[in-house]
Design a protein around this ligand. Sequence first.
Ligand code: FE
Length: 314
Amino acid sequence: MSIMRLGHVRLRVMDMEKALHHYTEVLGMLESGRDPQGRVYLRGWDEWDSYSLVLSLAERAGVDHIAFKLESDDDLDVFAARVAAAGREVRRHAAGELHDCGRSISFELPSGHTMFLYAEKRFVGKAVGDLNPHPWPDGLKGAAVHWLDHVMLMCPVDPEKGINTVAETTNFLVEVLGFYLGEQVMAGPDHSFQAASWLFRGSKPHDLALGGGPVAGLHHIAFFLDDWNAVLHGADVLGKHKVKIDVTPQRHGITRGQTTYFFDPSGNRCEMFGGMGYMAQPDMPTVTWHVEEIWRGIFFHEGEPKPDFLQVYT
Ligand code: FE
């Protein structure tokens, strides 16, 4: 019984045409379909399920829900019982309510974000196929991201009022859903306040990250690229398209990723994340960063505060 991976993120965008240009022409995602509500479904060329990103037209940017894929359909009932036993209301959805997916469940995380679990999604196959494949397909556009790698959510915290939904959500993900805690930032006079966390289910340093802020929201969605050269090339593509850059290519201390940050036309922060960082395994000890070193953890070379990076989000 287990969660395999981040399956998709449903993102709110305020201009579909501009959003589609960003995610298909600049990042190189492939369109898999549309639904009667006008949502557009996209995947990376190296993904085999029909979509990992849903663009949904809305009045304001942000995230509608995140969804994780389970190993088997039977797991849905097990997780529904575990989430209910943890005191959270579980909604059950028939096959097809999530586009191209089998039955699913959804519930609110302690942070207030909506999370779906599902086990089946329409198979379309990688763009290179699965018989004697080439290493990459012809005709890719822009940065040609491989797959949706991870998502970072902002969770309400107020240390003075004793509110910390980073810690509550982290505990829920670990205790109820079986995530592993890869890294964490600890704040407060005795470093007992969990200010951020990086959680994984597979063998990458994170599938889901949580940070603390005044209100719930989306910090960023991240797309995988092979390595540092691919991140540099990806940033070149951003420059060619005059995409608003947040952070030029850098090294993360936390997760060791090679990274560049930028915004989609609605203001949702995106990341290109190069390399696997390191191999994460269930018995790997959790890496702890003290908050005094947080900027070295986020941007390892400079280690300088960049407050907007934590304060601006959708
Ligand atoms: Fe990231």
